[in-house]
Design a protein around this ligand. Structure first.
Ligand SMILES: [Zn+2]
Length: 85
């Protein structure tokens, strides 16, 4: 667990807002992605944002790390399952 080394929830969420509104640099995108990969609550947050707007993906020139993409896809699937029932 390297939780102490990432940028932190507050920083990640602040940049998520910027990320939705305007393009972040690739480095900032990867910081947010790296944090979300290790933080379930921010991952859930970004999934909600991503469902509301596809601009998260568009803002990031590089695709998210495979592990994060799988986690996000699984989150969407499980959320949809909850919504359906
Ligand atoms: Zn977080």
């Amino acid at each position: 667990m390297d939780m102490n080394r990432d940028c932190g929830c507050e920083s990640a969420r602040q940049r998520m807002d910027i990320l939705i509104d305007r393009e972040l640099t690739e480095l900032e995108c990867s910081d947010v992605s790296a944090h979300c990969a290790s933080c379930e609550s921010c991952q859930a947050e970004i999934v909600v944002m991503e469902k509301l707007t596809d601009r998260f993906r568009a803002a990031c020139a590089e695709p998210a790390p495979e592990n994060l993409r799988i986690s996000i896809l699984n989150s969407i699937k499980s959320q949809d399952g909850i919504l359906d029932s």
